[in-house]
Design a protein around this ligand. Structure first.
Ligand SMILES: Cc1ncc(COP(=O)(O)O)c(C=O)c1O
Length: 345
């Protein structure tokens, strides 16, 4: 398969447990709303006001603190462009605690900054001390991801506060892409931190990955430079319709989060039974150490279960990441894991 086509190659049919999507799909209300879209909704440029106001209400923040982005991916890149490239900072550094989501180093590289990568602690407990020590006058952005992709580990709120306080000259981007599945949001603290941006996404818990809607929330000091470089019509009108309908379905999220929590427990039990090392996760996935990953992943794929290889990252050797979504999907994944392990012994 060529790697030069846009996007990720599709793994083919079977269970998609490799991108931490919502395995149950989106709320039916989203589809109903999309079916009601009118020709003029498509022929005119999108209006953002209603969606921004609804998000501000949902997250209990000032509408002026809200910037909707084309997935949080776009928010990450725009934050780097707004705070580093736009200011023509040539010696800027970003701090990236490892293991990390790829767009952090990619955005750093895109704006010509230097990524200061901070190695993890044993057991992937968050490396707060090492991050604090990495802060210099050149630090312009610090990427903090809680729960972490791929380990599922949380950063304690006190540590987020400590780091944000220690770097008032930098923008701290707290990526809460998976916070709906566990942990406590930083949002109530945001009023005290003009240098912090909180990133959220509707791709995971809300099941809108195909729509591409994310959100960056922050006080004007941190958000305005990001807003200044974000294209005015960055999200399409159908995606905004989907977002509004998703926010209205208040039962959807807790129901899915409960499935995810039970799925994680079932996967832990299976890993213990199979003698596989794993890390308890606050997100909708679990990282598992399987040893040599390629044959393992291929064997799972042959059983129509697709998982993510994390072994190329030196901080997660021999590891795969498995999305834990609807129980029926997790049970199928466990069955495939058991079958692959039986074949190994
Ligand atoms: C940690 C983290 N942040 C941000 C994102 C971006 O999500 P999206 O661009 O779909 O909103 C992801 C997606 O996988 C992620 O894992």
């Amino acid at each position: 398969m060529t790697t030069r086509l846009q996007g990720y190659p599709s793994p083919g049919d079977g269970l998609r447990l490799h991108l931490n999507e919502n395995t149950g799909g989106c709320s039916p209300r989203v589809l109903e709303a999309i079916r009601r879209v009118q020709p003029s909704d498509v022929s005119t440029y999108p209006q953002y006001r209603e969606a921004v106001t609804a998000c501000a209400r949902h997250f209990n923040v000032d509408p002026e603190w809200v910037l909707l982005t084309n997935g949080l991916d776009e928010g990450i890149l725009m934050a780097a462009i707004g705070h580093i490239a736009r200011r023509r900072l040539h010696d800027a550094e970003t701090i990236i605690p490892l293991p990390a989501f790829d767009p952090y180093p990619n955005a750093t590289e895109a704006v010509g900054a230097t990524a200061v990568k901070v190695r993890p602690e044993p057991g992937y407990r968050f490396q707060t001390e090492a991050v604090l020590q990495a802060i210099t006058p050149r630090t312009r952005m610090i990427f903090l991801n809680t729960p972490n992709n791929p380990t599922g580990q949380l950063i304690p709120i006190e540590d987020l506060i400590h780091i944000s306080t220690a770097a008032p000259h930098a923008v701290v981007l707290i990526d809460e892409a998976y916070i709906e599945f566990g942990g406590t949001t930083f949002l109530p603290e945001l009023a005290r931190f003009p240098n912090v941006l909180v990133g959220r996404t509707f791709s995971k818990a809300y099941g809108l990955a195909g729509m591409r809607v994310g959100i960056v929330i922050g006080q004007p000091q941190a958000l305005d430079p990001v807003r200044a470089v974000t294209l005015p019509f960055n999200i399409n009108g159908v995606a905004l319709t989907a977002l509004l309908a998703a926010l209205e379905d208040e039962d959807f999220l807790p129901r899915y989060a409960a499935q995810v929590a039970e799925s994680r427990e079932r996967l832990y039990v299976a890993c213990r039974r199979l003698g596989l090392e794993y890390w308890e996760s606050a997100a909708n996935f679990v990282m598992v150490r399987v040893g040599e990953t390629t044959p393992f992943i291929e064997a799972l794929a042959a059983r129509k279960v697709h998982v993510r290889d994390r072994s190329k990252d030196a901080t997660t050797p021999g590891c795969i990441r498995i999305t834990t979504g609807m129980l029926e999907h997790t049970d199928a994944a466990i069955e495939a894991l058991e079958s692959v392990m039986a074949g190994r012994s």
